[in-house]
Write a protein that binds this ligand. Structure first.
Ligand code: SME
Length: 158
């Protein structure tokens, strides 16, 4: 497997469609969860260059920051707190067009303007969330949700 990603220009949809099979190749045959989460973040960063891309892992009834790309972030988030803790508690994707309008948003970086958080499930339980932050308002929509869910499905949360 080549570790070089083919980064393309194009619509958001085209970018995800180019990235997905490459992501599959990157994860194929590797069972180490941290390695896979790290490569997913790096690949998304390379293609989209968002401000912050990372996983928070559920540990002892808290979210603890895992592999990420971007500025340093808060380490622990309680269930129901911030966008990440709300996504975990409500077991659903949350798209925030303007972080200043989300009550209880946890600002890890003042540069973050919009955000998407997607829960990852194993045996019906939320085991992690994928959090992506952008420096632009209104950056994320259903296309991001659809493809980021596809990407999360490639990961074996063993
Ligand atoms: N904004 C998130 C906190 C995590 S950072 O953005 C990396 C939240 O409100 O849960």
């Amino acid at each position: 497997m080549s570790e070089d990603l083919n980064i393309i220009q194009g619509t958001k949809e085209e970018q995800y469609q180019s990235l997905l099979p490459q992501m599959k190749g990157l994860l194929e045959g590797e069972t180490d969860l941290i390695a896979n989460l790290a490569n997913v973040c790096a690949a998304l960063k390379e293609q989209f260059n968002w401000l912050w891309i990372g996983f928070y892992l559920v540990k002892n009834d808290e979210l603890v920051v895992g592999p990420f790309q971007g500025p340093v972030a808060c380490t622990r988030i309680k269930k129901g707190r911030g966008v990440c803790g709300t996504s975990w508690a409500e077991r659903k994707t949350i798209i925030v067009d303007d972080v200043e309008k989300f009550p209880g948003h946890i600002a890890c970086s003042s540069l973050s303007k919009s955000e998407i958080v997607i829960p990852a499930f194993k045996d019906e339980e939320v085991v992690a969330v994928l959090d992506v932050d952008s420096t632009s308002l209104n950056n994320f929509d259903e296309t991001d949700e659809k493809y980021l869910i596809e990407i999360i499905k490639l990961i074996d949360f063993n």
